[in-house]
Design a binder for this molecule. Sequence first.
Ligand code: PGA
Length: 255
Amino acid sequence: MRRYMVAGNWKLNMGPSAGVELAAGIQNGLAGCTLKGDALVCPPYVTIPAVAAVAQGQPVYLGAQNCSDQDQGAYTGQVSAGLLKEAGCSHVLVAHSERRQYQKETDDLFVAKIDRVHAAGLVAVFCFGELLEERQAGNAEDVVKAQLAGVLPRVASATPENLILAYEPVWAIGTGETATPEIAQHMHKVSRDAVTGLLGPDFADAARILYGGSCKPSNAAELFSQPDVDGGLIGGASLKIEDFLGIIEAAEKVM
Ligand code: PGA
């Protein structure tokens, strides 16, 4: 049985003071609970130290939204996985669709970043998923398989524990559109089968595949009931204490 994860990606929201309030609210809401899965919050870099002071380790893990592919040195504006660890992070998102789209990040960079994340002893959450045009053209499955094939076999350090996967149908991100539970399950199964081919059945069985795309308290239970959906990567709904807690509650109920 795979442990679920409900991960909040705060994106470019929540400075230190708002972030502390949100994280403390989540932590307080879960106080005394022994979760069946893991909760994770990923604030912007500058908010990480403030959040680390109120929420770090079970039940709420702390992660970053990105990291450098470099360790240290003359890399202006970059933040390394090692520094994130020192600041209290245990997880790092890699390859979020918004970084693919706006920063033009590529497979080579994702491999280098995941290597750095693992070298620092952290867990990478690797994101992948198709664009609306790709889905409309009937290419969703091929796109997802290619995104997995372009990265996973090249990460020598990957284990099901240090590499979490997150399927994000880009057409459902921040749009209010959610993949139907059937579409989500189908794409997660396609992804898990691809992982079987790339890394073997044991890895694929144990791999956690999160769903990202307008997941909310009202649809989380249905999505999380699908056999290949192991939790969610939540954007908008992770910015409200009650919504994020509601999604965790749904996970606790159905998983
Ligand atoms: P959303 O973002 O929940 O706001 O759609 C999800 C994501 O970025 O994965």
